[in-house]
Design a binder for this molecule. Structure first.
Ligand code: FAD
Length: 403
């Protein structure tokens, strides 16, 4: 016997929870199935009990007043009063094993000569490198902007579509320009999962989806069977392709499955550290490090929200380059501390899609196959990887399924 539900969302990251929120607001009871033991996916405020609950973001660290769908959700959840300003701190460069200023890598003459091209060139159909290197100057792109863009998306940015890296969105000027929450951004997925109309089950990995008349039958890894009238997938694209592409699955069209399976994934080995403030007296507050030719793309600090006792840092390493011990050594070298000074340490495996030029065609192919079905698909692999990009897609899918 399978348990029956009106709507099931698979994947409890911000995309899945955003879609569950939209459905619940329309009166659709929604069950969210999450494979991990916690919700939030890449939104993950790592708390260190041994450090009095001091937390450090292991993934998403900043949301902005241009995140309109997120702000609507925060309003619905009564979280607007909890928005907390971030102190202004700047990034530094980490190059040749040394901390350097951003300005030291800037080729000003080249920038001034190149900039007019940036204002006239179109992003459409161009990669980040092909759009920005002519517009900022090849040396500027190599020494500063290329590494900075890679730091933003935690992967090599050269081949990423320029139009999906930054997208201009209207700002809500009455809201803090960038913000966090007192217990970190994980407050958001936790509140989404606790709202009326949404039921969360963690530790629930979906293994197979079968068509079941007009609806769907879900076979879970632990042997349970669930069924639903409407199904929404909010997993990474490789997982979605595997789940949908099975012969008895709901989308056995190989072109569509191929469009999803062809989206590469970047694995990120994040090392999250809490260090006593005393041990870091020599280190001025900063937003983090943009790394050039390093084993990590970026380090993001928690100096934007000071704490008397601790400071926090997340180093986002490329996979398989350093052993865990060497990652720890490298991070300590960048902070100028001995490993003994580390008060809290966590290792987190993050994953992000590696989008490529021509991505819009993949999305169009997927959307054509979904039209008229009770199957929704959302994630950070449609509009772009930011939290707002995820929620924009979730909002669109919610409208299509339930409007
Ligand atoms: C290090 C880092 C820093 C970032 N910084 C920012 C930032 O500052 N600002 C910003 O806007 N964005 C940032 N991002 C991007 C943003 O956090 C992510 O793109 C977004 O959170 C992804 O949400 P998602 O729900 O689409 O995917 P995910 O968060 O990956 O969630 C997918 C969920 O599906 C679950 N799942 C997978 N397979 C199954 C299965 N078979 N059954 C059930 N569940 C399954 C996973 O466990 C996971 O919880 C950052 C990302 C990273 C990695």
């Amino acid at each position: 016997m399978s348990e029956a539900f009106e709507h099931i969302v698979v994947g409890g990251g911000i995309s899945g929870l955003g879609l569950a929120h939209g459905a619940a607001r329309r009166g659709i009871q929604t069950l969210v199935l999450e494979a991990a033991e916690r919700v939030g996916g890449c939104i993950n405020s790592q708390s260190f009990p041994a450090c009095g609950g001091y937390w450090v973001e292991a993934g998403t660290h900043t949301c902005y007043n241009s995140y309109g769908h997120l702000l609507d959700i925060l309003g619905d959840l009564g979280l607007m009063e909890r928005l907390t300003p971030k102190a202004k701190v700047s990034f530094a460069l980490w190059r040749h094993g040394q901390r350097q200023t951003i300005f030291s890598a800037l080729h000003l003459g080249e920038l001034l000569l190149s900039l007019p091209r940036l204002f006239t060139a179109k992003k459409t159909g161009l990669s980040v490198r092909d759009y920005y290197a002519p517009g900022l100057g090849a040396a500027n792109y190599r020494d500063l902007f290329g590494p900075a863009f890679s730091a933003v998306i935690c992967q090599e940015a050269d081949d990423f579509p320029a139009e999906l890296l930054f997208r201009r969105k209207p700002r809500r000027k009455e809201v803090l320009r960038s913000f966090t929450l007192p217990q970190g951004l994980s407050e958001i997925p936790l509140a989404l999962a606790r709202q009326p109309g949404v039921t969360l089950r963690t530790g629930q990995s979906l293994r197979e989806i079968r068509r079941d008349g007009e609806g769907f039958r879900l076979l879970m890894a632990d042997g349970q069977e669930l069924s639903c009238a409407t199904l929404s997938l909010a997993t990474p694209p490789d997982v979605a392709a595997r789940l949908l592409g099975a012969p008895a699955g709901p989308l056995p069209d190989q072109a569509v499955v191929g469009a999803m399976a062809g989206i590469g994934m970047r694995e990120i080995e994040s090392l999250v550290l809490a260090v006593s403030t005393q041990a870091l007296g020599h280190l001025p507050p900063s937003a983090g490090l943009i790394a050039v030719d390093e084993a990590f793309n970026a380090m993001v600090s928690r100096d934007y929200l000071a704490d008397g006792a601790y400071r926090g840092f997340s180093f986002h390493f490329r996979p398989g380059v350093l052993t865990p011990e060497d990652q720890e050594q490298r991070s300590c070298a960048a902070l100028g501390i001995a490993p003994a000074a580390i008060a809290g340490l966590a290792r987190v495996h993050n994953r992000l899609p590696a989008l490529r030029v021509g991505h819009g065609e993949r999305v169009a192919c997927i959307d054509a196959a979904l039209a008229g079905t009770r199957l929704g698909i959302t994630g950070n692999w449609f509009q772009g990887v930011s939290v707002e990009d995820c929620l924009t897609r979730s909002h669109q899918e919610c409208e299509r399924l339930f409007a």
